[in-house]
Design a binder for this molecule. Structure first.
Ligand code: ATP
Ligand code: MG
Length: 180
């Protein structure tokens, strides 16, 4: 199974993010049920490894925290804009959680992920987007700011790649410790 660790969001948050969609020809917007924040991509794993990973993630002892989604950005491959996303406000608790997850996964035998963690929620995949429209979208939504979201758990997802869209299934949910 293809696995990744991430945050899911309540329905209101998904609706709020989904309502940003539109105005960029060449954008394939992520459907509300698929909106998420990837903490760590794991990739293809046999079931017995998935069980070890589940075990490793089960007791990180990290606290709940507030997260604010804000700012719009894009990822490009060379000259090609590939994705459009909303970022997060600087968040040491989130960074700590992702570092703990990284350590736990390495202990469980996953090869290290050396890429810098760039927390984001992908809003759209891009294919030859109209450049002026993309710039206008980024500028037009840059002041977007979610209310503070209480993050009380994280999730091990499996991902089934599809032609139109992938299907993400929560395989396990890990509560964070109550704040305060
Ligand atoms: P598709 O690749 O068909 O667009 P997807 O990206 O929705 O589908 P996956 O490729 O399974 O589905 O990815 C699941 C999550 O992990 C997504 O948030 C994706 O951005 C992220 N991800 C995928 N591959 C990597 C990688 N090599 N490094 C970091 N994150 C990744
Ligand atoms: Mg992908």
């Amino acid at each position: 199974m293809r696995l990744f660790v991430g945050l899911d969001f309540p329905w209101e948050t998904r609706q709020m993010l989904a309502s940003l969609a539109g105005g960029v020809p060449g954008a394939r917007w992520v459907s509300p049920e698929n909106l998420h924040l990837t903490l760590r991509f794991i990739g293809e794993m046999p079931l017995h490894r998935a069980e070890e990973i589940d075990h490793a993630l089960a007791s990180l002892g990290q606290p709940s925290f507030l997260l604010v989604l804000t700012g719009i950005g894009t990822f490009a491959k060379g000259a090609h804009e590939m994705s459009l996303w909303v970022g997060v406000e600087r968040n040491p608790a989130l960074e700590k959680l992702q570092a703990k997850i990284e350590t736990a996964l390495q202990r469980a035998g996953c090869p290290p992920d050396r890429r810098r963690f760039t927390p984001h929620v992908t809003l759209a995949r891009l294919r030859d987007p109209a450049p002026a429209k993309l710039v206008a979208f980024v500028q037009g939504h840059n002041l977007f700011r979610s209310p503070p979201l209480m993050i009380e758990h994280f999730v091990l997802f499996s991902s089934q790649l599809g032609k139109e869209a992938s299907v993400y299934t929560p395989e396990a949910t890990y509560p964070l410790l109550a704040a305060g």
